[in-house]
Design a protein around this ligand. Structure first.
Ligand SMILES: Nc1nc2c(ncn2[C@@H]2O[C@H](COP(=O)(O)OP(=O)(O)OP(=O)(O)O)[C@@H](O)[C@H]2O)c(=O)[nH]1
Ligand SMILES: [Mg+2]
Length: 427
């Protein structure tokens, strides 16, 4: 365990800062700051100010020039903030310099994302994965520990008894912890794989949901599978892949898997830590890329998701784009978008997981994409052959049935193995 010498600093009042080099980057930087604001608020830290600063060049020591550094430090002091949070990535030495001179805690977006993940992790594997990412982040930055209200309120599982409250982490100790954690992850992953194999004795086609955080992946899974996994209006509600069975309109069963959401500037260490689970999920036959179309930044979100998928080697997979939350869009907005998007991808479905609008179409498209679509056929089954209807029902390929005098008229999507038996009753 880490050495604990001093209580961690509790931070409550934050100042957010983004540094840009060109004026054109301002709008996007402001949007990223809003996202950072949400992440930070999630940890129970209040935001007292935020600013996008343009510089002509970046400086290795403080990222900003000395003049700007002094200006910001004064604003921070006046506002009584106890932490400065950069949207830009800070090198360990920049972080140390800022802290030494400003006398407040200085952290970056990466560390905030790691902390949000830590407060969300539920299963043993996710807890270990986040722990590994945080240890690797802390390795070159050994320094005074800090804490926030979110963590005090029960907070992340990783903090419990782990010695988070330490200062001056010993590098060798951290390295030992890193390799021990890696070993533990391997062990847990092995157990998970075995139990998954047991569960999946009959291999079913699998479909994985991927996308930006808060896009509606879990809500979609709940809609389609009639389940009630956690879907919430908070960033990174889901960390662990969750699988459920779903039935397509033709009666075929598939496995639908929900995965962790992505975010811009997702720390590489997290992608690496989650790589094993993610890669396993992405072996799916089809990926559904869920996009929150009501978010003005949805195109940037899509790029982020596709970039992470690329990093995970999944860019060759078949991807169906699912534009969600159309209930939040005006009719004409949607019309325009449909034209432009279809033009671009030609491979998209528009729907609302909240109202259910478009879900049946999605299922039809999944059928086609998985090559599971069969033609509907009509049969007249005489009463004495009623067992065939029972069999069709069992196989889930019966669409509808209408009773008649001497038998039943049915519409069905029979599988190959039933075709011979049914052939003589085709109408
Ligand atoms: N208006 C509207 N809201 C939706 C729709 N689909 C999902 N939401 C809401 O969007 C929020 C996020 O949904 P989730 O399903 O948790 O999103 P997620 O993609 O699983 O997010 P992470 O687990 O954080 O990656 C929730 O508050 C949902 O109720 C929709 O079609 N319309
Ligand atoms: Mg989710």
């Amino acid at each position: 365990m880490f050495e604990v010498k001093e209580k961690p600093r509790l931070v409550e009042r934050a100042f957010l800062l983004a540094v840009i080099l060109r004026e054109e980057e301002r709008a996007s930087a402001e949007n990223l700051l809003d996202e950072l604001d949400e992440l930070v608020s999630n940890l129970g830290i209040k935001i007292f100010g935020k600013r996008v600063i343009r510089v002509r060049k970046t400086y290795p020591g403080y990222l900003l020039g000395k003049g700007k550094f002094i200006e910001i430090s004064e604003v921070v002091r006046e506002l009584g903030c106890d932490v400065i949070i950069f949207d830009n990535e800070l090198s360990p030495s920049q972080q140390r310099n800022w802290e030494a001179e400003s006398k407040v805690l200085v952290i970056d977006r990466q560390e905030i994302i790691l902390d949000v993940f830590a407060t969300r992790a539920q299963t043993k594997e996710a807890v270990l994965q986040v722990k590994l990412a945080r240890l690797e982040y802390s390795l070159p930055r050994l320094r005074r520990a800090w804490s926030h209200l979110g963590r005090q309120r029960g907070g992340g599982v990783t903090q419990r008894g782990e010695g988070e409250a330490q200062i001056e982490l010993d590098q060798r100790l951290v390295r030992d912890q890193i390799s021990a954690t890696k070993k533990e992850i391997k062990q847990v992953a092995k157990t998970r794989k075995t139990s998954r194999k047991k569960r999946l004795r009959i291999p079913l086609p699998t479909v994985a949901l991927v996308g930006y955080t808060n896009a509606g992946k879990s809500t979609l899974l709940n809609q389609v599978c009639d389940s009630d996994i956690l879907a919430a209006d908070k960033l990174f509600a889901t960390l662990d892949p969750t699988s459920r069975q779903a039935r397509l309109p033709n009666g075929e069963k598939i496995i639908l898997t929900d995965t962790v959401g992505f975010i811009r500037k997702l720390p590489h260490r997290l992608v690496d830590a989650f790589r094993a689970t993610l890669e396993e999920t992405l072996v799916a036959n089809l990926l559904l890329h869920v996009v929150d179309l009501s978010n003005p930044q949805f195109e940037e979100h899509m790029q982020t998701t596709l970039a992470v998928l690329g990093e995970l080697g999944a860019e060759e997979k078949e991807i169906l784009t699912v534009f969600n939350k159309i209930d939040l869009l005006a009719e004409d907005e949607l019309g325009n978008l449909k034209v432009s998007q279809n033009h671009k991808s030609g491979n998209a479905v528009f729907l609302s997981c909240r109202s259910g609008l478009g879900i049946p179409d999605l299922l039809q498209v999944i059928e086609i994409k998985l090559g599971l679509q069969r033609k509907a056929k009509e049969y007249f089954i005489p009463h004495e052959e009623y067992k065939l209807i029972v069999k069709m029902r069992k196989e889930g390929c019966l669409a509808d049935e209408t009773p008649a005098d001497t038998g039943t008229i049915v519409r069905a999507y029979p599988r190959d193995r039933m075709l011979d038996d049914l052939k003589q009753y085709e109408t």
